[in-house]
Structures are given as C-alpha cells and as structure tokens.
Design a protein around this ligand. Structure first.
Ligand SMILES: *[C@@H]1O[C@H](CO)[C@@H](O)[C@H](O)[C@H]1NC(C)=O
Ligand SMILES: *[C@@H]1O[C@H](CO)[C@@H](O)[C@H](O)[C@H]1NC(C)=O
Ligand SMILES: *[C@@H]1O[C@H](CO)[C@@H](O)[C@H](O)[C@H]1NC(C)=O
Ligand SMILES: *[C@@H]1O[C@H](CO)[C@@H](O)[C@H](O)[C@H]1NC(C)=O
Ligand SMILES: *[C@@H]1O[C@H](CO)[C@@H](O)[C@H](O)[C@H]1NC(C)=O
Ligand SMILES: *[C@@H]1O[C@H](CO)[C@@H](O)[C@H](O)[C@H]1NC(C)=O
Ligand SMILES: *[C@@H]1O[C@H](CO)[C@@H](O)[C@H](O)[C@H]1NC(C)=O
Ligand SMILES: *[C@@H]1O[C@H](CO)[C@@H](O)[C@H](O)[C@H]1NC(C)=O
Ligand SMILES: *[C@@H]1O[C@H](CO)[C@@H](O)[C@H](O)[C@H]1NC(C)=O
Ligand SMILES: *[C@@H]1O[C@H](CO)[C@@H](O)[C@H](O)[C@H]1NC(C)=O
Ligand SMILES: *[C@@H]1O[C@H](CO)[C@@H](O)[C@H](O)[C@H]1NC(C)=O
Ligand SMILES: *[C@@H]1O[C@H](CO)[C@@H](O)[C@H](O)[C@H]1NC(C)=O
Length: 603
C-alpha cells in the first residue's frame, strides 16, 4: 500500500475529489525485475505457463514504470528514475502531476494516453487470465491506476479535460534527464465553449473500458480474477458517462480537439471524431447494464453510420487501428459485444452478422493482399503513409485484433480463423526477431534488441547547467545509453526491412506508450492460447551485427542516406558530413517537431 501523488496542499488545490489514493493490490515483496537480455535466448521447452511470454509481459509492463511522471512511490522499481514535473498544473491552480511521459521526451498527452489505457484494459478484458498466470496482475493494476488516477485529475469538472501538459517545442530541444526538465510546463484544456469531441470521447472510452475491467465484466472466458473493485469501477464509470456527455453535448458543438488546443496538433492532430464517439459508446454499452447499455449501443451504431466509418474498412481504403483511428477496433469490439451480450444488441439492425462481414472484409483485404496494404520482402505488413514512421505499430495492432477475433471464435469459417491466426502469428514473429535484421524490436529482451532507443530518459546525457541544448551528435554522446529501457517497443525498420539502431532516428528508434500497448495484449493472448516461445528464443545472439546496414537511413529524421544525384563521391561525402553534423542537430531535433506534425495518419 502506498500514497500516490503529491502533498496534501497540492491535493487541496485540486478541484478533484480523488476516489482514493491507495492501489488495490499489494505489489509482491520481491518485485519483478526484467532479467538480463541474454535470458531471451533460452528456449523454455514447453513449460506452462510459458516463462518467456511471462517475462515479456512483465518487461512490457515495466516500460510504463519507466515512463512515469510525478512523485514516484517508495516501492518504485526503476532505480534510475527520479521524481519529476511535480509542479504540473500549478499554472491553472490544479495538481496535474503524475501520469506518463508520452514517448522519448517529457510531454504528457491525454489523447494517446487514453487510447493506450483503453487498449490495455480491452486486452485484459479478454486475455486477463494471462496476467494471473504470469504473476503480473498487481503490476497491471498499478500501471492502470497510475494512468487512470491522473486522467481523473485531468478531468476536474464534467466539461473540462486537460489534453496536454508541457510544450512540444521547448521539450524537443531538451535532451537531458528527469531532474532538470525545462519549464514552464503549460496545461492545455478543452471545455464546454472550446470542446474537443475526439479527446473527450477517447478519455470516456478509456474510463469505460477500464471500468468494465474493474467491475469484472468479461468479453471472453479468460478474464483476470484479481482486479475486481466496484468502488473504483464506479468512479471510472462516472467519468466515462460525464465525458461522453461532454463530447456529445458541449455548447461549443463538435470539433477536433486541436481546434481548441492547436499546440496538440504538433504531435497528435486528430483527423476526426466519429470513431472515438463510436468506440466510447461501445465501451459504455459494455460497462452499463440495460436499459442504458442498449441505448449506448444504439448511439455507437448511429456514429458508425453517420461517420461513414464502414467505408474505412473496405479493401483499398482499409485504415489502421491506432491512437488516431479506431475504426477496425470498433467493428471487432461490436462483434464481441453482439456475441457476448445479445440482449444489448437485440432490436438493432447492427447484428453480429453485420460486424462479422465488416471485420472479415477488412481482414481479408489484408491477408489476401487485395487492399492498399502489402508485405515487405521480409514479411512485415505495411500501410503506405501510416507505416512510414513507426512501421511496426500498424502491423502489431492488426495482429492483436486478428488474434482477438479468432480466439473469440467469431469467424464465420474455419478457413478464416486459420488464415487470420497464421497471418497474425507471422507479424508477431517478425516483430520478435523473424526478420532480415534478426532483431527483436523490444528493448532489453534479447542480445540483439535495439540498444539505442530514442529516449531522453534512457540516454543519460547531462546538458550543461541550465541549458536546453542537446549533444552535437545524439548517436555518439554518450557512447552507450546509460539505462536499458526494458519493454520499450521501438518504431521499427524501413520499408526494405532495414534497421540502423541510431538514437537520433526517431522514425525507427523512438519508443511511445502506444507502441508497447498492442504487444502487451499479444503477449497476454499468447499465454492464454498456450503459444510456443516468442520467436527470439531461436534468434542467434550477434546475428544482427553481421547484417547491420551500412550507411544511413533515408527517412523524416535522417536524410543522410537519401540519394544525392549528380554529386561526385567526394561531394556525397561532403554532403554526408555536413548533413550528419548539422543534420543530426537541426534535423534530429528540429525536424522532430516537424515529424510530430506528420505523425498523424489518415483518420
Ligand atoms: C478499491 O479501490 C478503491 C479506490 O481506489 C480503494 O480505496 C480500495 O482500497 C480498493 N478496495 C480494495 C478491497 O482493495
Ligand atoms: C531447453 O532445452 C535446451 C536444449 O536442450 C536447453 O539448452 C535449455 O536450457 C532448456 N531450457 C530450459 C528453460 O530448461
Ligand atoms: C508465479 O508465482 C508462483 C507462486 O509463487 C510460482 O510458483 C510461479 O512460478 C510464478 N510464475 C511465474 C510465471 O513467474
Ligand atoms: C536520477 O537521478 C540520479 C542521481 O540522483 C541520476 O544519476 C540519474 O541519471 C537520474 N535519472 C534520470 C533519468 O535522469
Ligand atoms: C477553455 O478552453 C480554451 C482552449 O483551451 C481556453 O482558451 C479557455 O481559456 C478555456 N476556458 C476557461 C474558462 O478556462
Ligand atoms: C470475476 O470473474 C471471474 C470469472 O468470470 C471469477 O472467477 C471471479 O471470482 C470474479 N471476481 C469477483 C471479485 O467477482
Ligand atoms: C444530450 O442532450 C440531449 C438533448 O438535451 C439529451 O437528450 C441527451 O440525453 C444528451 N446526451 C447525453 C449523452 O447526455
Ligand atoms: C443509466 O444512466 C443514468 C445516467 O447516467 C444513471 O443515473 C442510471 O443509474 C443508469 N441506470 C442503470 C440501470 O445503470
Ligand atoms: C441500419 O439502420 C441505419 C439507420 O437507419 C442505416 O443507415 C443502416 O444502413 C442500416 N444497416 C443495415 C445493415 O441495415
Ligand atoms: C480471401 O481469401 C480467402 C481464401 O482464399 C477467400 O475465402 C476469401 O473469399 C477471400 N476474400 C476476399 C475479400 O478476397
Ligand atoms: C473457441 O472454440 C474452441 C474450440 O471449439 C474452444 O476450445 C474455445 O474455448 C472457444 N473459445 C471461446 C472464447 O469461446
Ligand atoms: C551547475 O551550477 C551549480 C550552481 O550554479 C554549480 O554549483 C555547479 O558546479 C554547476 N555544475 C557544472 C557541471 O557546471
């Protein structure tokens, strides 16, 4: 048992009535710590529950401990993390300390955080038993509460939600540790007159999904046993209801949240709100009982049709599932609800069969290669545009949805079930080392794992006193990262399966809350379906060194590897030198900001 969050005076400043500051489940006396990466080379020979998947699950949850902001508890597992950003919210007279840093820097963004929490709670709703098997349920509880308790603070009144704390521009110029994060750290809100339909609805979806988890609702036969807490579930449910009403009924109407808070557009501009409205209504339908559940379900169907979301699942248009785009998840979740709670769906024309057709049309376009996505030569699923940066994320999310749908026996044919499961397994294998680089793309799980995640926290660079500066060369200063960022899933390789493992290459090497989330659920699913070892137990340590590409990448972070036609070799070297020296400073940090504007995808 432990106190979360800061001092009593800071709490008193807050308008929030905190639901309770004690985590429910006691953490084990001897805490789980990630083993040395060499452990990833040991096949487990059929032991159950699979120790390799259990370790991976533990490491992926540990990543969220590493990303914590605020006053750390006395039993914090990550020895190299310190209290940080304790004054967040002081500019608006609130305590907004806590929560999670979003990615390789120190900004807190509510939109992708809410998406991440929704995704993890959804995974625990249908594969929760895995956390019990791996002895990780207390850490799951701890991870979720660290995010949800902050989200409660960020929602201090029904029609106010803080969507960002910290400033992207300032923050991206800083490359130091957690003890001297530069300020001022501004708190940005949406409210009744300046609403943000998508951000409010996404936060509602997170609260509703997690409320269902804490109220022991189930979507499959493998829910976790230990999390049920009706007090906490009902607190979360109230926030979910209020935020849904805020999203739908704000006096300022409906609009994307970056219309109200343009500062968030730099990093996470949302492309629409119908998908968030629909998924929020669906998770509310799951969290509520009738008659409310039926009414929320009807709302979800209404948003689905009025947003013409079905079109986004058609071959040729098939969209991704990510922080911005929820549509593939909507169809899968609706099928799960229609199957598990027929009473909620009866009376609607959106039947199980309607969702099955939508889901399978989408999955078939992907597995049959008849849509806009395709496989790299090495076998990674790419969606042009969406996969240009953080290439692994769309593939992981598709794999997660396919295994969820197939494991719930929702497929209309055995053939489809096999096809989706095999396709998903191939993507999972690729991410875990069955790729031309022989790299498992999770930090700290195998000797070949990325050694240079783009993370200011892990790097250990100490800027000169009071300085915002970054080192001249992000890749070599310091020579080795100070800390192993266990469980961080990096962006991933380029479209030719090449991975350079360069710290400055945020396209390939950055970590983020939402990059790790789908793999956490895939690991949970693997434990529940008793899959064989993760692929990396078969990957030879050192194999990456033999195939590591020479030269430089050509992407939005680093242009050194781009072709410069008409230049002599000397000219190319000169360009290369200039670009790598100037470029790694200017591009690596300046374009980081540009990238953030481009990170948003099609929907
Ligand atoms: C349930 O959660 C509430 C709110 O966080 C907490 O105060 C309470 O101790 C928990 N109940 C149990 C039985 O752990
Ligand atoms: C599994 O078997 C291999 C080969 O016999 C052995 O090297 C390895 O140590 C075994 N793993 C465990 C966890 O016992
Ligand atoms: C979980 O804990 C039990 C009891 O301490 C232990 O026997 C088991 O090996 C643990 N499982 C894992 C995957 O760590
Ligand atoms: C936390 O503080 C210690 C010194 O007290 C320092 O060595 C370490 O680098 C800090 N961690 C980060 C992430 O900056
Ligand atoms: C409402 O939000 C807008 C946009 O963030 C902000 O400019 C305004 O000050 C807020 N209104 C109140 C009353 O805080
Ligand atoms: C939650 O549900 C699971 C299975 O559905 C059951 O085993 C468990 O006892 C339930 N827990 C509580 C606290 O109701
Ligand atoms: C929004 O307002 C309408 C009209 O007042 C009301 O019928 C509806 O229930 C409200 N929606 C929510 C989610 O509260
Ligand atoms: C339905 O929702 C309303 C308003 O959110 C709530 O007051 C009521 O208790 C709910 N009914 C049920 C049966 O949960
Ligand atoms: C269900 O009803 C809605 C609204 O009336 C309509 O737009 C939609 O096409 C219908 N769907 C099906 C599958 O009939
Ligand atoms: C995809 O391929 C399977 C197996 O060949 C086939 O049954 C299915 O109809 C195809 N679907 C589409 C949309 O092409
Ligand atoms: C799906 O079907 C398989 C085989 O019939 C069965 O073992 C499994 O329990 C089913 N899963 C669910 C979630 O119903
Ligand atoms: C940083 O500034 C403090 C206070 O001004 C000073 O004591 C310390 O020596 C400085 N450290 C470095 C590395 O310059």
């Amino acid at each position: 048992m432990r106190m979360l969050f800061v001092s009593a005076p800071a709490l008193a400043l807050s308008l929030v009535t905190l639901p309770g500051v004690l985590a429910q489940l006691a953490l084990p006396d001897s805490p789980y710590e990630p083993p040395d990466p060499s452990a990833g080379t040991q096949p487990s020979n059929g032991t159950a529950p699979n120790p390799q998947w259990s370790t991976l699950l533990g490491n992926l949850l540990y990543f969220y401990d590493e990303q914590r902001s605020g006053k750390l508890p006395s039993n914090e597992r990550v020895s190299w993390r310190n209290d940080s950003a304790l004054d967040d919210g002081s500019d608006v007279g609130l305590d907004l300390s806590g929560g999670y840093y979003d990615a390789g820097d120190y900004v807190k963004y509510t939109f992708p955080l809410s998406y991440t929490l929704m995704s993890i709670c959804w995974g625990a709703l249908d594969s929760g038993r895995a956390y019990d098997l791996a002895n990780q349920t207390a850490y799951l509880d701890d991870m979720l509460r660290w995010g949800l308790d902050w989200l409660v603070k960020a929602h201090p009144s029904p029609n106010t939600l803080f969507v960002q704390v910290g400033d992207g521009n300032l923050d991206n110029a800083y490359w130091g540790g957690d003890r001297s994060i530069p300020g001022p750290r501004t708190s940005y809100q949406i409210n009744n007159t300046s609403p943000g339909t998508d951000a409010a609805a996404q936060a509602s979806a997170a609260f509703a999904a997690c409320s269902s988890l804490y109220s022991n609702r189930t979507l499959a036969s493998s829910s976790t046993s230990g999390l049920a807490n009706t007090t906490y579930a009902s607190t979360l449910q109230n926030h979910a209801r209020q935020l849904y009403e805020f999203a739908t009924n704000a006096s300022g109407g409906m609009q994307t949240y970056q219309t109200a808070v343009p500062q968030s557009a730099d990093a996470y501009a949302s492309s629409g709100y119908f998908d968030e409205l629909a998924i929020a209504a669906l998770f509310l339908a799951l969290a509520e009982t009738n008659p409310n559940a039926t009414s929320y379900y009807a709302d979800a169907v209404k948003w689905y049709y009025s947003g013409n979301l079905g079109q986004q699942l058609q071959a040729g248009d098939e969209t991704v599932f990510n922080w911005d785009s929820k549509t593939p998840g909507i169809a899968v979740l609706a099928a799960q609800i229609a199957s598990a709670y027929p009473d909620v769906v009866s009376g609607s024309n959106a039947t199980l069969q309607v969702w099955q057709a939508a889901v399978e049309g989408y999955f078939d376009a992907i597995t049959n290669g008849t849509g806009r996505s395709h496989l790299t030569d090495g076998g990674l699923l790419l969606f042009p545009g969406d996969s240009d940066e953080a290439s692994l994320n769309p593939a992981l999310n598709v794999a997660m949805l396919m295994i969820r749908y197939a494991s719930a026996n929702l497929t209309t044919s055995h053939d489809a079930n096999d096809r989706y499961t095999t396709f998903a397994q191939n993507q999972l294998d690729y991410v875990l080392g069955k790729n031309p680089m022989s790299v498992p793309y999770v930090v700290g799980t195998h000797p070949n794992s990325p050694a240079n995640p783009h993370s200011a926290l892990a790097t250990g660079y100490a800027p000169p006193n009071g300085s915002l500066s970054a080192p001249d060369d992000l890749d070599t200063v310091p020579a080795k990262e100070a800390y192993v960022l266990y469980g961080g899933v990096v962006g991933g390789p380029d479209a030719n399966d090449r991975f350079w493992d360069l710290r400055s290459d945020w396209v390939e090497n950055e970590v983020a809350l939402d990059y790790t989330a789908p793999l956490l659920t895939l690991a949970a699913q693997a434990l529940v379906r008793v899959a064989g070892d993760p692929y990396y137990t078969q990957v030879k340590a050192g194999a990456y060194d033999a195939v590591r590409p020479s030269g430089f990448p050509c992407d939005a972070a680093i242009q050194t590897g781009c072709k410069h036609s008409g230049l002599s070799t000397g000219g190319k070297i000169a360009v290369g030198v200039v670009v790598s020296v100037v470029g790694l400073i200017v591009i690596g940090l300046g374009a980081y900001w540009v990238w953030r504007t481009r990170r948003n995808s099609r929907y």
